[in-house]
Design a protein around this ligand. Structure first.
Ligand code: NAD
Length: 498
């Protein structure tokens, strides 16, 4: 794999930046008229500009929407078994090209190759899951007084805008494309301008799978130009968006007057991890430490579900801090098990919080303030070491804001009540991790946490049929299995006489 990575790197060096192309109406194309302005895309591990991403202008976005609109009648009437076969083929193609996709995802996003492989496998699973889901659909029917038979009938909701962020590019985009196509909708998808490469490669797999032209279109570009044109278009029947809460609010505002536009918003988080004394007893301790550590540092902390606020019962606080710090410093090594953060802009953001930590006089158990990388010419990767902070005030921005990097705070608590109170003291409500050996507490505390996803003694366990989404400012709506069906279909109730 190192060889493949090196080969890919030398390819970039010898050929210069790669130019990505939109995929519209089953063809790769630049634009209909003039050349679009390009956005430079950087390799986070080296700070080199390696690709040029088109910033698709409104006219071309609209052409892609029209292509999806044109393909909708045919695709929505395509039998489920046939749609299922297309999706299964895409899943197989992703598996066949696993290494290629993983290598480019790692180059493009900064994540480790091991992490990228996991996400490619999960992208394939998104397609295989929904390819079979639609073969087993059931509908509820009722009979009242034997006079009327009443049943629910669903049909595809139309053309969707699918917009994703930069942290798990391929995985999150396919989490939208797979159900959208499975349920008979067509789409224009837009990945983040920071990490567009895997979507570009994916479009060639759609072509290989012979997905009918126009069913899935991929356009590249930024939020203000490309994304907002897509969202605001009156031809778009629904938007499935994953990204920051600020953008989610923007999108909601943009479509406020389009009352029946389906909207699914998966937004930011600032997730708590709760560690109780019993979780540090013999037989539980190792798991407690490793779960808390992976929740904090997996993918450089750039997963919306990462647990970046750890609350520990005071009786085991010192022991936890010591063991956790030892474990993280051994297991999470920069450049080996920890990648680079996704962009220079993000590097600057995470760094500014570490600067704030210094200003606030908090304790760095691990890590420190990295060097400033002032401009894009200051080559070098966007490396931020795993950072563990203690003595952080509950009111500090370090405890409130989503930093979205390899930074975690650890705070002692005196009671279960205080732990729950602090865990819930956040504008966000996406996920939570509860570490305890006490069966009663698992439910008692688990069911009080204001989070769309609660994991007890584990993290990032995903079953694709369960509802995924956040409470509070972490989002609106749920996706997964039948919840995705709600996003991508409209339902009517039909009454039949006896
Ligand atoms: P972002 O909101 O800046 O961008 C997300 C996407 O929206 C990008 O493709 C961007 O180009 C596009 N966009 C930006 N402005 C737009 C606009 N006005 N109209 C339409 N599209 C627009 O988020 P980001 O920085 O790329 O991603 C990080 C955020 O994503 C974090 O807050 C993280 O928690 C969140 N996230 C949430 C989940 C989840 O499932 N809840 C998963 C992963 C990431």
């Amino acid at each position: 794999s190192c060889n493949t990575l090196e080969k890919a790197a030398s390819l970039i060096q010898s050929h210069g930046p790669l130019h990505l192309l939109n995929y519209v109406q089953g063809e790769f194309q630049t634009t209909s008229s003039t050349k679009p302005p390009y956005i430079d895309s950087y390799e986070p591990k080296t700070g080199t500009a390696y690709a040029k991403v088109p910033c698709t202008q409104p006219d071309d976005v609209e052409a892609a929407i029209r292509a999806a609109k044109l393909a909708f009648p045919g695709w929505s009437k395509t039998p489920c078994a046939e749609r299922s076969r297309y999706l299964r083929r895409v899943s197989e193609l992703i598996q066949e090209h696993r290494e290629l996709l993983a290598v480019w995802e790692s180059i493009d996003q900064g994540k480790t190759i091991e992490r990228a492989r996991i996400e490619v496998d999960r992208a394939a699973a998104n397609f295989s899951y929904f390819s079979t889901f639609i073969l087993h659909e059931q509908t509820a029917a009722r009979m009242v007084d034997s006079a009327w038979l009443t049943y629910e009938h669903r049909s595809p909701a139309g053309v969707f805008a699918l917009i994703s962020p930069w942290n798990m590019p391929l995985y999150l985009l396919t989490w939208k494309i797979a159900p959208c196509l499975a349920f008979g909708c067509t789409a224009v998808a837009k990945p983040s301008e920071v990490t567009s490469m895997s979507a570009f490669l994916l479009s060639s797999l759609f072509k290989k799978a012979n997905i009918p032209a126009g069913v899935i279109n991929i356009v590249f570009g930024d939020g203000p130009t490309t994304g907002s044109t897509l969202v605001a278009s009156s031809l778009i029947n629904g938007v499935s968006f994953t990204g920051s809460t600020a953008t989610g609010i923007n999108i909601r505002r943009m479509v406020a007057a389009q009352i029946n536009k389906h909207l699914s918003l998966e937004l930011g988080g600032k997730n708590p991890t709760l560690v109780f004394s019993d979780a540090m007893s013999n037989g539980h301790r190792d798991r407690t430490i490793s779960v808390a550590a992976s929740a904090a540092f997996e993918n450089q902390g750039e997963i919306c579900l990462c647990g970046s606020r750890i609350y520990v019962e005071r009786a085991v606080y010192d022991e936890f801090v010591q063991s956790f710090t030892d474990y993280v410093s051994q297991k999470y090594t920069l450049g080996k098990t920890v990648g680079a953060v996704a962009s220079l802009q993000h590097y600057a953001k995470v760094r500014s919080y570490l600067q704030l930590a210094t200003d606030e006089g908090v304790t760095f158990k691990l890590g420190g303030v990295p060097d400033a990388l002032d401009n894009v010419d200051s080559t070098g990767g966007y490396w931020i070491a795993p950072t563990i902070l203690t003595n952080v005030a509950p009111t500090s921005a370090l405890q409130k804001d989503e930093i979205f990097g390899p930074v975690v705070t650890i705070t002692p608590v005196d009671s279960e009540e205080e732990a729950v109170g602090l865990a819930n003291d956040s504008e966000y409500g996406l996920a939570a991790v509860l570490l305890t050996a006490d069966g009663g507490r698992m439910r008692r505390v688990g069911e009080q946490l204001e989070a769309g996803l609660v994991w007890v003694n584990g993290w990032l366990v995903r079953e694709l049929g369960t509802p995924f989404g956040g409470m509070k400012s972490s989002g609106v709506g749920r996706e997964g299995g039948e919840y995705s069906r709600d996003v991508f279909t409209v339902v009517r109730t039909v009454h039949l006489p006896a």
